[in-house]
Design a protein around this ligand. Sequence first.
Ligand code: NAP
Length: 326
Amino acid sequence: MKAQILKSFGSPDSFELCEVPKPVPHTGQVLVRVHATSINPLDYQVRRGDYADLVPLPAITGHDVSGVVEAIGPGVTNFAPGDEVWYTPQIFDGPGSYAEYHVAAENIVAKKPLSLSHLEAASLSLVGGTAWEALTVRAALRVGESILIHGGAGGVGHVAIQLAKAIGAKVFTTVREANAEFVKRMGADVIIDYEKEDYVDAIMRETAGRGVDVVFDTLGGNTLSRSPDALAQMGRVVSIVDISQPQNLVQAWGKNASYHFVFTRQNRGKLDELSSLVVQGQLRPHVGAVYALADIGLAHARLESRNNGVQGKIAIAVAPIEGATP
Ligand SMILES: NC(=O)c1ccc[n+]([C@@H]2O[C@H](COP(=O)([O-])OP(=O)(O)OC[C@H]3O[C@@H](n4cnc5c(N)ncnc54)[C@H](OP(=O)(O)O)[C@@H]3O)[C@@H](O)[C@H]2O)c1
């Protein structure tokens, strides 16, 4: 099979499209013909060597799969050849999804919602699982509450907006002006142009000084530090980004705030919850750009650059399928 192999850590040119042996499913595993994958910041962080200790080279990386079961290993009961499936491969534990075939333990694999294309499903598994865990499990966001979602036009952000609206919350989000219309379509109630206005000032104005119940931090650093300023008393902060600096939590203490940190975990249950929302018409990932597997470096370079014009996700067509315009 063809696979993009990362032979050394570095620039987006570090991948090489190679012919490698097709994997074989063992007990409890399924072999999936990968139709699509997508790009996440984790992908370029891995490629740069940010997690060099956890990724032995050469490596097949990539963290989303949508495809079709080709074969099953002994003991597999939930899937049969021909099933359309989607999942996030185990992170830092075995080969990733930049390949024509992938093997996974059946307990992290789910049936793909039929109304999503492979490109769409591959654009939802990792970001959707992360946003689901952050909002429903950690923040326990409830109907009638308010939430600030940073980076609303990004991969995680545009899905988080839809999840928060499905829960029944009021959504505030930060974007640059060019993405205002997009996040409005995703369901955002209050759109803050982070280039023109300080988001804490905007939140305090829009909430008459109360603050929001939940801050969903997709940016880290100073944004995480300032979260208590935008938070209501007893508010919750959920961050999905590494803490890159020492944090002064005095204001968080004053707000009786609780903090949660999410590193996404794989399981079928989360994917099935997302599927239900897709079927109910409350959730749909937005594919902002599509590249071919052969052009993985170009896709990395695009996502890695700021103000890259991508709304939602960059998907990768692995099999020659619908919508591929490399
Ligand atoms: N812990 C986990 O399990 C987990 C899972 C998924 C993602 N993550 C992390 O979460 C972060 C976001 O991931 P993603 O997939 O959403 O990335 P993404 O698709 O690149 O989106 C990031 C968004 O943030 C926007 N942005 C940048 N600076 C901003 C600012 N100051 N204010 C408001 N928006 C800003 C960007 O837009 P512009 O450039 O146009 O401003 C872009 O729309 C990454 O650091 C990723 O590693 C963690």
